[in-house]
Design a protein around this ligand. Sequence first.
Ligand code: PRP
Length: 187
Amino acid sequence: MQIADVQDIIDHEMLSHDEIVNRIHEVAKQIDKDYAGKTPIVICVLKGAVATYYELTQAMTIPMKMDFMSLSSYGSGFESTGKITVRQDLSYDVAGEDVLIVEDIVDSGNTLHWLVGELNRRGAKSVEIFSLLEKPARHTAKVELKYKGFVIPDEFVLGFGLDYDEEYRNLDSIAVIKPEVYKGANS
Ligand code: PRP
């Protein structure tokens, strides 16, 4: 799905496909250097991180293991509830392992704050994060991002894995939704 396919609900494109992919490939090079000689478990936080995870792992050249975790921090609307629910857990035991978490966005920070704590509780040797997007204006929980793609303003974005009401994750760029679309949906 491309930006022309969603013109009716989009205010503007924030990040093009090429900008996103080029940045992810830069981050992959850095991760290759930082983890040289190691075999990290790279965790995809479903569902939002899938597009970022795909691009990142394809670009990495070091050995790695893939794992997936499904967490939910949002209710049915678009404001974070702060409560984390595990929908699907990891398949690996992370005790003694180097773990790299891949996320699409840090909003309040609640999801990653909880996940880093949980992986440390499980005995991971190291836990680092790559988030494609960061919205500093909305942080309430403290999260250290070793790797990040873009710092963005406090606007409602979708695409490249991010959804609006579970749709538009397959948009190949990141765009700002028209406020009247989600305000209309909530009224
Ligand atoms: C989104 C996003 C992050 C989280 C960020 O996931 O993918 O995991 O919210 O918000 P936070 O910093 O306020 O915790 P969501 O729970 O919507 O699930 P999804 O990835 O399946 O869309």
